[in-house]
Design a protein around this ligand. Structure first.
Ligand code: NAD
Length: 377
C-alpha cells in the first residue's frame, strides 16, 4: 500500500493492488492435504439435499479436521439465494461466536456456494472460507469463480462481492446420483467455455458426453475416466484463465448477457434454470454471430447439433413474452457501464463482442432461432 500527499491540491491518494489468490484442488479422497492451514474452528453450511445423501462422508471430513465444528444444513436453490438466507447464516455465525480465526466451509450447488460465500464476504469484514461444489455446474463454474452473488429485488445476482474461497476442493463422487437434468445444467457452462475458447473441449463434448453422463463423471471405464478428467480440467483451466483476467469484458460472459432476467419471475411463465437460460442466450448469440458473418451457417448448425446432443434447449416460449428480450438488453446495459458487451462466437473456439444490437434485431434473431429449432432432428 502506498500513500502520497499532493500538497498543491491538499489531497491524499492511497493505493493498493488487489491480490487474487486462491487454490482449486481435485480431491480423490475427502480429506484435506497437509499443506492446508488448519483453522481454529469450522462452520459448515451444507445444502440440505447433499447433507441427507452424503452425511457420513461430510461428518467424517469435518471430524478429521480435529477442531470444533458446527453444521448448518440449508434448503438451497434459486429461491433461497437471497438476503433472508444470508441473514440466517450471519445470525448462526454470531450465535456461535465465530470470530475471525475460523473457516466457513460451504458444501453444495452453485446457489448454496454463492449464498454462503456472500455471507462470508461481509461477516466481520470478510471471513476466510472454503468450498466443496456438489453439482457439475458448481464444479466447473460457480464453484471456481472469484465472485459470489445473490439475488435481490427480482434482480438476478444483483448483489456481488469478489471474495473467492481460499481453498476449493473438487470431489467428483459428490456427483454420484445427481439428477440427469442437473448434469444438463452443467453441460451448458462447459459448452460456453468450449465455444468461446477451446475447440478441443467442443470436440470432446461432441463425442464423449454420453459416456461421461452415463458414468456420472466417475470414470468407471478407462474411456470414461479420460473423458471426464479431460473435460473437467479443460473447462476449469479455461474458466480460471478468463475469470482472473482484468478488465471487463471477458469472453466467458458468453450466454450471460440477455439471460439473467429469464431466471427470475418476470412473466407468468416459470423462470428458467441457470443452464437452460444460459444456453438460450448462447443460441440467440449464435444466430446474431451468423447474421454478422462471424460464424458460417455450417458452424452454426454444428453448434446447434452439439446443444441438442447435450439435451439443451434451443428455443423456449419465454423468449416471445413481451419484455423478455428487452429486459435482457436493459439489464446488461445497466450493469455493464452503459454498453451491452454481448459475447458472440467468432468461429468455434474464439469470440468477439457486439454493442450495437437493438430490440428489433433481437426479435428477428428469436424468430430465426425458432424456425431453426423446429427444423432440426
Ligand atoms: N458465482 C458465480 O460466478 C456463478 C457462476 C455460475 C453460476 N452461478 C450460480 O449457480 C447457480 C446454479 O447452480 P447449480 O446449477 O449448481 O444449481 P443449484 O445450486 O440451484 O442446485 C440445484 C439443485 O440441486 C441440489 N443439489 C446440489 N447438489 C446435489 C447433489 N450432489 N445431489 C443431488 N442434488 C443436489 C440443490 O439442493 C438444488 O435443489 C445459479 O444461481 C447461478 O447464478 C454462479
Amino acid at each position: 500500500m502506498t500513500v502520497s500527499f499532493d500538497s498543491a491540491h491538499r489531497q491524499w491518494v492511497a493505493h493498493r493492488e488487489t491480490a487474487l489468490d486462491y487454490r482449486v484442488s481435485i480431491l480423490d479422497q475427502l480429506r484435506v492435504s497437509r499443506d492446508v492451514e488448519t483453522p481454529s474452528r469450522v462452520f459448515a453450511v451444507v445444502d440440505s439435499i447433499v447433507y441427507v445423501r452424503k452425511r457420513a462422508a461430510i461428518d467424517d471430513f469435518l471430524q478429521e479436521l480435529g477442531v470444533p465444528h458446527r453444521v448448518l444444513s440449508l434448503d438451497s436453490g434459486e429461491d433461497a439465494k437471497g438476503l433472508p438466507t444470508v441473514d440466517r447464516i450471519w445470525r448462526e455465525l454470531d450465535a456461535w461466536e465465530m470470530g475471525t480465526t475460523g473457516v466457513l466451509i460451504a458444501i453444495g450447488g452453485g446457489a448454496l456456494l454463492d449464498t454462503a460465500g456472500f455471507a462470508a464476504s461481509l461477516y466481520l469484514g470478510g471471513l476466510r472460507w472454503w468450498r466443496m461444489p456438489t453439482t457439475l455446474n458448481a464444479l466447473t463454474d460457480a464453484g471456481v469463480a472469484p465472485e459470489v452473488q445473490i439475488n435481490f429485488a427480482n434482480g438476478k445476482n444483483r448483489l456481488r462481492a469478489k471474495h473467492p474461497a481460499s481453498e476449493t476442493f473438487l470431489h467428483l463422487p459428490f456427483l454420484q446420483g445427481l439428477p440427469k437434468s442437473q448434469f444438463r445444467q452443467g453441460a451448458a457452462e462447459l459448452l460456453k467455455v468450449a465455444i468461446v475458447r477451446d475447440s478441443l473441449l467442443f470436440d470432446l463434448l461432441g463425442t464423449e458426453w454420453p459416456v461421461v453422463l452415463s458414468e456420472e463423471f466417475q470414470g468407471t471405464t478407462p474411456r470414461g475416466f479420460r473423458a471426464a478428467h479431460s473435460i473437467i480440467e479443460l473447462a476449469i483451466s479455461g474458466m480460471l484463465d478468463e475469470l482472473t483476467r482484468e478488465p471487463f469484458p471477458s469472453r466467458i460472459n458468453f450466454g450471460h448477457t440477455l439471460s439473467p432476467p429469464w431466471e427470475m419471475p418476470i412473466t407468468d411463465e416459470r423462470p428458467l434454470r441457470h443452464g437452460d437460460a444460459v444456453n438460450l442466450d448462447m443460441a440467440m448469440s449464435v444466430i446474431l454471430a451468423t447474421q454478422r458473418g462471424y460464424l458460417t451457417p455450417d458452424q452454426r448448425d454444428l453448434i446447434f447439433q452439439v446443444m441438442r446432443w447435450l439435451g439443451l434447449p434451443l428455443w423456449h416460449k419465454l423468449l416471445t413474452f413481451p419484455g423478455a428480450l428487452d429486459a435482457g438488453l436493459h439489464n446488461a446495459v445497466l450493469e455493464r457501464g452503459g454498453a451491452l458487451w454481448l459475447t458472440v462466437p467468432a468461429g468455434i473456439g474464439s469470440a468477439t463482442h457486439i454493442n450495437d444490437c437493438d430490440s428489433s434485431e433481437l426479435r428477428a434473431a428469436e424468430q430465426e432461432l425458432h424456425a431453426l429449432a423446429n427444423s432440426g432432428p
